[in-house]
Design a protein around this ligand. Structure first.
Ligand SMILES: Nc1ncnc2c1ncn2[C@@H]1O[C@H](COP(=O)(O)OP(=O)(O)OP(=O)(O)O)[C@@H](O)[C@H]1O
Ligand SMILES: [Mg+2]
Length: 332
């Protein structure tokens, strides 16, 4: 049985449009105009126990909404979800004890208490026994290098330290399914890396099922073999990272090294030149023409070495998401 499964999972937010001014307010008492936003438009997903899946999409794509439905915070408008065999919206205690949702932009720890005090409260809440709590808290606190921070009031910690404490709090009960919604948002590159390394350790240790959203491509590249991409509420890709590049990039790159130094004009006319130095050049070529152009390059230039590469993952994503931006503005 997959750890997470959805069938046509859908969420429509309904809000009431406020009319401007006093008159509008009074009119609103009698007839309220509802505004509907279809944030998630019927998503089918199946994630096996132990997978670590990157969940990508531009702002407003519906990622957080999906994770909230999967963790039982939001009721789906239609469709089905099962997490560890439970319907998340039923919020059964047995399910809640086995899952966790971490939101990078929403702190759940008590602001005025040291993190340790919150951990102890959570221990009681989740009914973690003493020995387990000791082992687990030590593992989390040491791996995240928090030992000298947990007795300081949370409000006095840096953003990165707070985030790490949030992770400890969310993972103390050894959840089998973990939803991570932008756990590295706003952190400097060193802290981001530390959290990534921690997530690798955690995943290895627990073999938990993880869905991770992040706008930092490095997170996804280092952690996830599989990525799911949504755009305007619909799933547009589900597969491996490598396949993502070949699906969404119409180009490949040919990297050439030469036996002698070549002036720029010798390498012109084959495709878009991405990089050029005396003895090396990278040329971008439409995917279907790769073989033909590579053959010509080998025949016509003093090539020492040639490599054909996919366009970098983060460039593919950037292109994909900016396509979305331009569509949004043009439809306005
Ligand atoms: N409580 C709400 N009421 C009405 N609309 C909402 C609500 N929450 C989210 N939305 C809308 O639903 C859509 C999806 O939002 P969601 O937060 O799921 O996107 P996201 O993919 O997490 O984006 P981001 O990358 O910015 O976090 C957006 O258009 C958003 O404006
Ligand atoms: Mg979000």
């Amino acid at each position: 049985m997959p750890a997470i499964e959805t069938q046509q999972l859908r969420k429509v937010y309904v809000s009431h449009k406020k009319q401007p001014g006093i008159w509008g307010g009074i009119k609103g008492l009698f007839s309220r105009e509802n505004v509907e936003v279809e944030a998630v438009k019927g998503i089918d997903l199946s994630i096996e126990q132990g997978e670590l899946v990157g969940f990508l999409g531009p702002n407003g794509a519906g990622k957080t909404t999906t994770l909230k439905m999967l963790s039982g915070i939001l009721y789906p408008s239609s469709g089905e979800a099962t997490v560890l065999g439970y319907r998340p919206q039923d919020r059964k205690a047995e399910m809640l004890r086995q899952i966790s949702l971490v939101m990078g932009n929403k702190m759940q720890l008590w602001w005025d208490l040291p993190a340790w005090d919150s951990f102890v409260v959570l221990k009681e809440l989740y009914e973690v026994d003493d020995a387990k709590f000791k082992r687990r808290s030590e593992f989390l606190i040491e791996t995240l290098q928090l030992t000298d921070k947990i007795h300081t009031q949370v409000r006095k910690l840096s953003l990165g330290e707070r985030m790490k404490c949030e992770l400890v709090a969310a993972l103390l009960h050894s959840p089998r399914v973990v939803f991570l919604d932008e756990p590295t948002i706003g952190l400097d590159v060193v802290s981001q890396k530390r959290i990534r390394d921690f997530l690798k350790d955690l995943h290895r240790e627990d073999n938990c099922t993880v869905i991770l959203t992040s706008h930092y491509m490095q997170d996804v590249q280092e952690l996830c073999e599989r990525v799911v991409v949504i755009d305007q509420g619909s799933l547009i890709f589900d597969g491996s990272l490598d396949n993502l590049s070949s699906t969404f990039s119409d180009f490949k790159r040919i990297r050439l090294t030469f036996r002698e130094s070549l002036p720029l004009d010798r390498v012109e006319g084959y495709g878009r030149i991405v990089e050029h130095s005396d003895s090396a050049t990278v040329i971008e070529i439409p995917r279907q023409e790769t073989a033909a152009v590579a053959t010509r390059l080998l025949q016509e230039l003093p090539v020492e070495d040639v490599a054909i590469e996919e366009v970098e993952f983060d460039e593919v994503i950037r292109a994909l998401f900016s396509r979305n931006d331009s569509r949004e503005t043009s439809s306005d």
